[in-house]
Ligand binder design. Structure first.
Ligand code: NAD
Length: 591
């Protein structure tokens, strides 16, 4: 039995939980004159052995009906469980059966979260074995709804909350977390949760969900993962007025106040966990996202999935597509609709890959890439008024206000939608793409499905079955004129878990863009001939643990090559080493 003796601090005393019968009237004296209230000032510490009743309530070690006869004897479990003994496989079958009884995704979400709180190994076994079915529940789109209702659906808090109230005490807050060996932190400030806007403190569902995927898909140990929400307020009026809202009731702090709290947090993280802890920024609004990445990229191990993870997964799809179609990345012309975190992140990584392949300077390779934002094509004459992350894309061209005009003028071979605005790849836009491309490549990445720039069916129909299509949200296969087309899904979950594992296993101390390219290559290499025959430019998600191990190995190899790895000596076979590092959800036998 691992760590049978542990100290518990649960903050509640027995006295708190057992009020005497209510006598008298009114709310104040509803508990009567119970003398127990006199000594409420107690220190809530207790020392307990994790066996018997306590063991059944410890999610790290609980196995429920899977405890063997011997374990039931040696760990004081006799009578606390019914006599049947289930294998983990049978427990999983039962859980999946029960889960499928729920018709509402949010109910499935809470069912899974409760399982995670009850029996961690079983939660991960269920998630790993049924990943394609459960990913939309544990993560987007259902997690978005969970965040909107976070205040009311959660019975137990998960993760760490750092609000403006903790200013000056952030290091102490980190020390309150029970696990000391943290390897990955996913942090949000809740300002731009998926496509749902500012959800303030309720954004916590995102770090919790992403870290569940880090463990299930990338094999990071659950105890090494720490979800954090930084609460600086929210500008969403409905939340500020909601009596069940769990966060600070104030407008968002900005400027120096915001920067100071973030800086204190980043310094405390390094002080508490050292140089090698990965901090993944998640769902920050784009003015902060770019700034934080640039500011801490040189001093900490930081990664932004919205910018860098998206870029890496899209680049992988493009590499795979051109492997299938023939032709080189450098020969293409790219047009983006949407110039935010996703759009400019992808654009920059494509330019970097072309620069690496052709040895041309980055300034040159960027010229093959055009972006349209809400004000039209980004061109030189707009340069002075552009946000800094858009400036590199302001090429010489006459101003064009609309996407169709830009498509007709630029004649891109690849069209990528990252504006968050649905139905913007109209019939005219797609037909224009098909008029000058034999095989137009169309990525409609905006989420959720309702915001997708076009559907898979529209892309195939309007190009008469000639498009290569990938999306952010999943689409079912489409039959067009007797042929079945399988749309690709450029899901970030292909990349970030393996990417993080690669950083952790090599002890990397900084993220370098070349590591993102290495991750894209590894993912593209996983696309088989069989996938290509179905028109797929991403591999099947069912192989995700294998894919993650390969990505991790490639990323780690790059970390060693760049001199950024500290885990020495370098393992001989990095793929095998990655696989050996991965968390197993199988039960262990207790002595
Ligand atoms: P963002 O807010 O940073 O960027 C959106 C950009 O679109 C901004 O530049 C904005 O000016 C522009 N825009 C808004 N309305 C427009 C319009 N009508 N016409 C042209 N441009 C317009 O958001 P983001 O993080 O870049 O995400 C954008 C979309 O991409 C979201 O829907 C998100 O869900 C999706 N996304 C998909 C993936 C994926 O598929 N793997 C990954 C990340 C983001």
């Amino acid at each position: 039995m691992e760590s049978t003796l542990k100290e518990m601090r649960d903050g509640a005393s027995v006295l708190d939980m057992d009020p005497k019968s209510a006598v008298g009237g009114g709310v104040e004296d509803i508990y009567g004159e119970d003398c127990a209230t006199e000594d409420r000032l107690i220190t809530p510490w207790s020392v307990t052995v994790s066996s018997g009743y306590v063991l059944l309530r410890d999610p790290h070690y609980n196995k429920g009906l899977a405890f063997s006869e011997k374990e039931r004897d040696s760990h004081y479990l006799r009578g606390l469980l019914p006599p049947s003994i289930f294998s983990q496989g049978l427990q999983e079958k039962k859980l999946m059966y029960n889960l499928r009884q729920y018709q509402v995704p949010l109910q499935q979400y809470t069912f899974l979260m409760e399982l995670q709180e009850r029996n961690e190994k079983l939660f991960y076994k269920v998630l790993i074995d049924n990943v394609e079915e459960l990913l939309p529940i544990v993560y987007t789109p259902t997690v978005g709804e969970a965040c909107q209702k976070y205040g009311s659906i959660f019975k137990r808090p998960r993760g760490l909350y750092i609000s403006l109230k903790e200013k000056g005490k952030v290091l102490e807050v980190l020390k309150n977390w029970p696990e000391k060996r943290i390897q990955v932190i996913v942090v949000t400030d809740g300002e731009r949760i998926l496509g749902l806007g500012d959800l303030g403190c309720q954004g916590m569902g995102i770090p919790v969900g992403k870290l569940a995927l880090y463990t299930a898909l990338g094999g990071l140990r659950p105890s090494s993962c720490l979800p954090i929400t930084i609460d600086v307020g929210t500008n969403t009026e409905t939340l500020l007025k909601d009596e069940f809202y769990i966060g600070l009731r104030q407008k968002r702090a900005t400027g120096q106040e915001y920067a100071d709290l973030l800086h204190e947090f980043m310094s405390a993280v390094k002080q508490n966990y050292g140089e090698k802890v990965l901090v993944q920024f998640e769902d920050f609004a784009n003015h902060n996202a770019f700034e934080l990445l640039a500011k801490y990229g040189t001093t900490h191990l930081v990664f932004n999935d919205d910018i860098q993870g998206t870029a890496s997964v899209v680049l992988a799809g493009l590499i795979a597509a051109f492997r299938l179609l023939g032709g080189k990345l450098a020969e293409q012309t790219f047009l983006f609709l949407g110039a935010g975190e996703a759009g400019t992140g992808i654009a920059e990584l494509i330019a970097l890959e072309i620069s690496k392949q052709t040895k041309a300077p980055l300034e040159e390779t960027r010229k093959k890439i055009w972006l349209v934002d809400s004000k039209g094509l980004i061109v030189g004459s707009r340069k002075d008024s552009l946000q800094h992350f858009k400036k590199p894309w302001a090429h010489d061209h006459e101003p064009i206000k609309d996407l169709l005009g830009a498509v007709k003028s630029i004649k891109p071979t690849v069209l990528i939608g990252t504006s968050g605005v649905g139905k913007t790849f109209t019939k005219e836009v797609i037909e224009a793409m098909a008029s000058f491309n034999e095989k137009p490549i169309i990525f409609a990445l905006s989420n959720p499905t309702s915001q997708s720039e076009c559907t898979a069916e529209e892309a195939y129909k309007w190009t008469k079955g000639r498009a290569f299509f990938a999306s952010g949200s999943p689409f079912d296969p489409v039959e067009y004129e007797g042929k079945v087309f399988v749309p690709g899904q450029g899901n970030n979950a292909f990349i970030f878990p393996g990417f993080g594992l690669g950083l952790v296993m090599s002890g990397a101390i900084r993220v370098h863009d070349e590591m993102l390219l290495a991750a894209s290559e590894a993912l593209a290499n996983q696309v088989t001939q069989e996938d290509f025959e179905k028109g797929m430019i991403y591999p099947s998600f069912r192989k995700i643990r294998k894919i993650s191990a390969d990505i991790a190995a490639n990323v780690a190899a790059k970390a060693y090559e760049l001199g950024l790895a500290t885990q020495l000596p370098k393992p001989e076979n990095l793929v095998k080493y990655a696989e050996s590092c991965m968390y197993s959800p199988l039960y262990r036998t207790y002595r």
